[in-house]
Design a protein around this ligand. Structure first.
Ligand SMILES: [Zn+2]
Ligand SMILES: [Zn+2]
Length: 165
């Protein structure tokens, strides 16, 4: 859980702001999202509506390369610029709210931010060579012994056609 106690900020007048350092190791952001670490600074500013959170958090998420199927840690940055309402009764259902006890849970916000930041097709590196379709060798680790002709059956058919002419 990613709880920050912001109770003391709620007692301050609008305009008051305070920076908070976030430094966490492996943490579960949500049921479906674990991160390797979370580091950064969030500035909270008291407004008439609640608290404005601004900052950048660096993190990394475990991913699986779509080309070579290797697990790797993808570095991501979450950019926060969000208003948390307080007292909660002034907010509508879709708004972010601060509970009465002042323990703000950053999890749902970060989850949304980070899941949007993860590309649909994640590659371990931009020039990932992928796996050989014949023997399954990870081509980032070296070439396999499959010959050029067996690599793509479509070319083999074309070659046969050319040879027959
Ligand atoms: Zn890869
Ligand atoms: Zn091969």
């Amino acid at each position: 859980m990613l709880r920050v106690n912001v109770g003391f900020l709620l007692k301050q007048p609008p305009g008051f702001s305070r920076e908070m350092e976030i430094e966490a190791g492996q943490v579960r952001i949500a049921e479906d999202l674990d991160v390797g670490f979370l580091r950064g600074v969030i500035r909270f500013t008291r407004t008439h509506e609640g608290l404005l959170a601004q900052g950048r958090l660096r993190t990394e998420v475990a991913c699986n390369c779509v080309r070579c199927l290797t697990d790797f840690a993808l570095p991501l940055t979450a950019q926060l610029q969000d208003l948390f309402y307080y007292p909660p009764n002034r907010a509508v259902a879709s708004d972010l709210v601060i509970p009465e006890d002042g323990n703000l849970d950053l999890g749902p916000l970060l989850r949304e931010d980070l899941l949007l930041a993860i590309p649909m097709r994640v590659l371990c590196r931009p020039d990932c060579q992928g796996l050989c379709p014949h023997c399954g060798q990870n081509l980032n680790e070296g070439r396999c012994t499959c010959s050029e002709e067996t690599r793509d059956p479509r070319w083999a058919a074309l070659n046969a056609l050319l040879k027959s002419r």
